[in-house]
Design a protein around this ligand. Structure first.
Ligand code: PLP
Length: 424
């Protein structure tokens, strides 16, 4: 074709760093602790609900309502209404989307205009930047800064904080939205009430929207509480709260997500939705509706999946945190999510010249080396940073611990072999 083929909005977005690492991991005999999905089944009640949706009422093979299967929007409204301290209307305040990815995309397309600035807190779930750019916006980055630890003491994601003055300096008259991800991927940070209050104050002061990505809200550890920023005074009116059934019920392939928010914002998301996706698969929505109905009955009890899953994942986190240290990786204690990051600075000092292009951030070279030589797959943390900040954070790698016992044991075996190679 002689005409320019790709739309200009795709400029600079073709390269996806994930593909390289996923492809490389397939070439070697590896234990995959890279991508964030469970390799164990969803809970029985959720699987049974899906099976019933497929084999029961044949009309569930057909379209449902554009903005969500009615029993699902109803249960999401009542379930999250209580948590957010709002009376939610299933039609006005809830939109069901193709996963949380779909929710984010719909939000960016609906709200971010040509030249609008969007504040993104680093390290960030990598799609926020391209989604801002595709909408014509300008990402403005601000990093969480780790505070120094005592010698020998493990770092914690709670030590990674925003500098209030720096954060305030990022707000301008062009700022349209701030993206907040708590619990955070990849760091596992759970924002404290005081931190959320700081963000909330600035959003209100500068009349800025908050896109709150809370897909890991049930995955918080050590007795911590997840707080939705939309529940803070004055924030409901300017916040979109995004969730994912994939993360909630360990069923990432179902691709059911949702957005909750005030009608004056949601109506614009509905416009995008009805002119793009129109509606999401009915049967997976049925299964998610039934699963939430079940969870509502078991809320807070030991039988609740939202109680059981974090307990099991905290055990996995502890197992992985302990095992990684055996070879000199230094895990940063994760407070939430599926992930933890580990500090590889000692390797950077001991073997600085790993193969790879000189300008390639160290963590990427290290992960390639680890896949090839140690059979372990992780994700370099620099890909969760904007290009100018990548060099400052190229000494961390991300591990995913939402894995079954056999995978954790296979990881241990690889680490034991690595340790033996290190010698006494
Ligand atoms: C922070 C964050 N937001 C959103 C998503 C996307 O969720 P979904 O699979 O429901 O599209 C992910 C998936 O990894 C994530 O980590």
């Amino acid at each position: 074709m002689s005409k320019r083929l790709p739309a200009r909005r795709l400029d600079g977005l073709e390269y996806n760093p994930w593909v390289e690492f996923i492809d490389l991991s397939k070439e070697y005999e590896t234990v995959n602790l890279g991508q964030g999905f469970p390799n164990f089944p969803p809970p029985d009640f959720a699987v049974e609900a899906f099976q019933q949706a497929v084999s029961g009422d044949f009309m569930l093979n057909q379209y449902t309502m554009a903005f969500g299967y009615p029993p699902l929007t109803k249960i999401l409204a009542s379930f999250f209404g209580k948590l957010l301290g709002q009376e939610l209307d299933p039609l006005e305040n809830v939109l069901v989307t193709v996963g949380a990815y779909g929710a984010l995309f719909t939000a960016f397309q609906a709200l971010v205009d040509e030249g609008d600035e969007v504040i993104i807190i680093e390290p960030f779930f990598d799609c926020y930047e391209p989604m801002t750019l595709m909408a014509g916006g300008r990402p403005v980055f601000v990093s969480l800064k780790p505070s120094p630890t005592q010698d020998g003491e493990l770092d914690s994601s709670s030590n990674w904080r925003l500098d209030p003055t720096e954060l305030a300096s990022k707000f301008t008259s062009r700022t349209k939205a701030l993206v907040l991800n708590t619990p955070n991927n990849p760091l596992g940070k759970v924002f404290s009430k005081a931190e959320l209050e700081l963000v909330a104050r600035l959003c209100q002061q500068h009349d800025v929207l908050c896109i709150a990505d809370e897909v890991y809200q049930w995955l918080v550890y050590d007795g911590l509480q997840h707080i939705s920023i939309a529940s803070l005074p004055g924030m409901w009116a300017r916040t979109l709260t995004i969730g994912s059934a994939g993360k909630t019920f360990s069923a990432t392939g179902w691709k059911v997500g949702w957005v909750l928010g005030p009608d004056h914002i949601m109506r614009h998301l509905r416009t995008v939705h009805q002119n793009s996706i129109f509606h999401c698969p009915t049967q997976s929505q049925v299964a998610v509706a039934k699963s939430f109905e079940r969870e509502q009955l078991h809320m807070g009890q030991p039988s609740s999946y939202f109680v059981q899953l974090p307990k099991a994942m905290q055990r996995n986190r502890d197992h992985m945190t302990h095992s990684l240290q055996s070879v000199g990786l230094k895990p940063v204690l994760s407070q939430g999510s599926y992930f933890l990051i580990a500090d590889i600075s000692d390797f950077k000092s001991k073997m600085p010249d790993l193969p790879g292009a000189a300008e390639e951030p160290y963590d990427r070279r290290f992960v390639k080396w680890m896949i090839k030589n140690k059979g372990l797959v992780a994700i370099p943390v620099s890909i969760f940073y904007s290009v100018p900040h990548q060099k400052d954070f190229d000494h961390y790698i991300r591990f995913c611990f939402v894995k079954d016992e056999a995978t954790l044991q296979a990881m241990d075996k690889k680490l034991q072999k690595w340790k033996a190679e290190l010698g006494p």
